[in-house]
Design a protein. Structure first.
Length: 351
């Protein structure tokens, strides 16, 4: 493992994305998205995605520079066409559109079609917090999970996020996939040649496995079994069926199906708290509720009760000060990508 400063990481990601064909502004949007994920400890959605991005660009299935536009705009509702470019760019346009519409209408709903992997859902839901609003984000994904009772990849793990502001407390930020872990954790385990817990994935016959590669070619397990399966199904309906994005057999594996565009779908909502109640009163009530939860009796072996997003915030503050921790394999992959794209390596990154 090694530590990398946030700025070094950001500058490196921008250079690689520019070399892939993205323009400066969009490259910075996507780089910030990835680096923030890494700083929060969500390394499955960070700069390790640079390699799959390049592979999809090279295969002609990711169009750069990204040209995300508003395809439809009707009252409190809009659809963003991501142009088969970087998902982060389409996601950013969608959340900014949703925020502006919520200011006008009290609430809003914005979908994305022709999108790609856009990083963590929390990244977008949290943007609403700056405006004293509540953010919701759902995204469809490539088939990695079997529906409850099945043994075939038919569902994405379809994460969603909800971000709610507090007054003095840190905001509540839920960001969860419908699988026990993101499939990216299997990819990372394969890179580092480490075993996985048998609760993470199933083989092609639907049996638990501790081998990351076996799980990768099998299916990730739904959280809560039939409950995670049901939630994933509904997210697909909201994020993909509703706006007309890829769903069912049309869903594309981000890592393997390089001959097809992803056409990932997303669904965002924003709620303006001031349309319901006084903002400060609401946020103080949020503080009181968080205090109530955290001051509850601790179970044996626990010294702290954490609310959604708290651990990620602690990790973010730590890594922004000390540097972001990476497996050496990820850094080596970065250097390989620099060589491939003829990008100068950051001299102050670890050799």
């Amino acid at each position: 493992m090694m530590r990398v400063a946030y700025k070094d990481l950001f500058d490196a990601a921008v250079k690689i994305l520019r070399a892939c064909g993205e323009d400066e502004k969009n490259a910075e949007i996507a780089a910030q998205n990835m680096c923030r994920a890494d700083a929060r400890g969500i390394d499955t959605h960070g700069v390790y995605l640079l390699t799959p991005i390049w592979k999809r660009v090279k295969a002609g299935q990711l169009t750069l520079p990204t040209k995300a536009v508003l395809a439809t705009d009707s009252g409190a509702v809009a659809i963003v066409d991501g142009g088969d470019g970087l998902g982060a760019v389409a996601g950013e346009l969608a959340i900014h559109t949703a925020i502006e519409k919520a200011k006008q209408f009290g609430t809003s709903s914005v979908s994305v079609v022709h999108g790609n992997h856009l990083g963590t859902c929390a990244y977008y839901a949290e943007m609403a917090l700056k405006e004293d609003m509540i953010g919701f984000m759902w995204t469809n994904g490539g088939p990695v999970m079997a529906p409850w009772g099945g043994a075939e990849r038919q569902l994405g793990n379809n994460p969603f996020s909800i971000a709610i502001p507090c007054f003095k407390r840190k905001p509540i930020v839920l960001d969860m996939a419908q699988s026990v872990v993101a499939r990216g954790k299997l990819v990372m385990a394969m890179k580092t040649k480490t075993p996985i817990p048998e609760t993470w994935a199933l083989d092609v016959n639907g049996k638990p496995t501790t081998d990351a590669a076996t799980g990768y070619w099998g299916t990730v397990r739904p959280v809560g079994d039939y409950k995670g399966s049901a939630l994933s199904t509904l997210v697909s309906m909201l994020a993909a069926v509703l706006p007309g994005a890829a769903v069912g057999a049309a869903m594309v594996d981000l890592y393997e199906e390089l001959d097809k565009v992803c056409n990932t779908g997303q669904f965002l909502q924003v709620v303006d708290i001031s349309a319901f109640t006084d903002v400060d009163t609401f946020k103080k009530r949020m503080d009181d509720y968080v205090d109530y939860l955290k001051n509850g009796k601790k179970a044996e072996g626990f010294t702290e009760i954490y609310v959604p997003g708290e651990l990620e915030h602690i990790m973010y503050e730590k890594q922004m000060k000390e540097g972001i921790t990476y497996p050496i394999e990820v850094i080596q992959e970065y250097y390989t990508l620099c060589d491939t794209l003829h990008v100068e390596k950051m001299v102050n990154l670890p050799q």
